[in-house]
Design a protein around this ligand. Structure first.
Ligand code: ADP
Length: 308
C-alpha cells in the first residue's frame, strides 16, 4: 500500500468527573487525511486545507507525532501528509488530536502495522505536547482506540478502553467565542480539598461501573465535576443555563468538552439527543452567540478508512 485516505474524528476529553483521564470519540465531525509513502526520507506536510496551520513538521502536531514514530521505527523512505481540516483548532473537541492520531495511524498502516493502537497513543501524545505544552492522551486515546477510554497513567502509558453503551448519544455545542487554552489552564487552582477529591473519585468509579452495567441512571448521578467545572464554566457564556436546559430536556449529563468553549451533553437515545440539541439551540440563540451544534453516537471504531 502506497497511500491511505481516512477520516480522523473529533473527540471529547475531560469528561466531567474524568478530568484529564476520560475521553470519548465522536462520529460525524472530523478531519480527512491522506498519508502517502515517498521516496525521499523524512516527513513532509504537503497540504493543509480548511485552516491556517503550520506546515513546519516541528510545529504541526501531525509532523511531531510522525517523527516520534519514525524514531522508533527508522526506514529509508518517507511520508507526506495531507490534512483536510474540518475541526476548528481551539474549539475544545480535539482538533490537534485528530491530526496527531491520524498521522501515526496512517504511517503505521503503510508500514504494515508494526505498532498496536495502544503504542500509537504514545507517539500521538508527543504531537499533542506541541499543541498544549504537555503530553496528554485523553483526546488521542479515544481517536486511536475508539469508544470511551480511560488513561490510568501516562508514564508508563496505560489506557483502558471502556464499554460504550449502545444508546449513549452525545450532543456537542460549540459557541463560537475565543477561549485560550492557556487561560483555561491558568484559571485552575493547584490544590483540591479532600472532600471534593473524595466526591470526584466516587463519581468517576461509579461512572465507569455504570458504563459496564449500561445503567443510565447511575451515569446521570455520577457524571459530575465539582473540581474543574466550577472554575472553567465561568469562561463559557450562559453555562449554567445551558446545563439546566439540557437537563430539563432529558440529558443524563452536561459538561465542558476539553478546555472549552465547546460543551457536551450525553443522552440515552437519539430522540432525547434531538430534544436536548433543540433546547441548547434556543438557549444559545437567545444570547446572540454564533454556534455549531452536532449530534453524534459514540464512535466505537475511531479512525475510519475512506474507500476510493
Ligand atoms: P482543541 O482541542 O481545543 O480543539 P487543540 O488542543 O486541538 O484544540 O489545539 C489547537 C492548537 O494546536 C492550535 O494552537 C494549533 O495551532 C495547534 N496545532 C498544531 N498542529 C495542528 C493540527 N494539525 N491541527 C490542529 N491544531 C494544530
Amino acid at each position: 500500500m502506497e497511500e491511505i485516505n481516512f477520516f480522523s474524528p473529533a473527540s471529547v476529553a475531560n469528561v466531567s468527573c474524568g478530568f484529564d483521564v476520560l475521553g470519548f470519540c465522536l462520529d460525524p465531525i472530523g478531519d480527512e487525511m491522506v498519508v502517502r509513502r515517498t521516496v525521499a526520507p523524512g516527513v513532509k506536510i504537503s497540504k493543509i486545507e480548511g485552516q491556517d496551520l503550520p506546515f513546519d513538521v516541528k510545529k504541526n502536531v501531525a509532523g511531531v507525532a510522525a517523527e516520534a514514530l519514525l524514531k522508533e521505527f527508522p526506514v529509508d523512505f518517507g511520508f507526506e501528509i495531507e490534512i483536510y481540516k474540518k475541526i476548528k483548532a481551539g474549539s475544545g473537541i480535539g482538533s490537534s488530536a485528530a491530526s496527531a492520531a491520524g498521522s501515526v495511524y496512517g504511517i503505521n498502516e503503510l508500514l504494515g502495522r508494526p505498532f498496536t493502537a495502544h503504542e500509537l497513543v504514545s507517539f500521538a501524545m508527543e504531537g499533542e505536547s506541541v499543541a498544549c505544552g504537555a503530553a496528554h492522551a485523553d483526546n488521542v486515546a479515544p481517536v486511536l482506540l475508539g469508544g470511551i477510554t480511560l488513561v490510568r497513567s501516562t508514564a508508563p502509558l496505560e489506557v483502558i478502553k471502556l464499554p460504550s453503551p449502545s444508546e449513549l448519544t452525545a450532543v456537542i455545542l460549540h459557541p463560537k467565542i475565543e477561549l485560550k487554552t492557556l487561560h483555561a489552564r491558568e484559571i485552575l487552582k493547584k490544590n483540591v480539598s479532600m472532600e471534593k477529591a473524595v466526591q470526584q473519585w466516587g463519581n468517576l468509579g461509579a461512572f465507569v461501573s455504570a458504563l459496564y452495567q449500561e445503567d443510565y441512571e447511575l451515569m446521570s448521578r455520577s457524571l459530575k465535576d465539582g473540581i474543574v467545572e466550577p472554575m472553567r464554566s465561568l469562561l463559557i457564556p450562559n453555562f449554567e443555563n445551558l446545563k439546566k436546559a439540557s437537563k430539563d430536556a432529558g440529558a443524563i449529563g452536561f459538561g465542558i468538552s476539553g478546555s472549552g468553549p465547546s460543551v457536551f451533553a450525553l443522552t440515552q437515545g437519539l430522540k432525547t439527543a434531538k430534544e436536548v440539541a433543540e433546547a441548547l439551540k434556543k438557549n444559545i440563540s437567545s444570547i446572540g452567540i454564533d454556534f455549531e451544534l452536532h449530534i453524534s453516537n459514540i464512535n466505537n471504531q475511531g479512525i475510519k478508512v475512506i474507500a476510493d
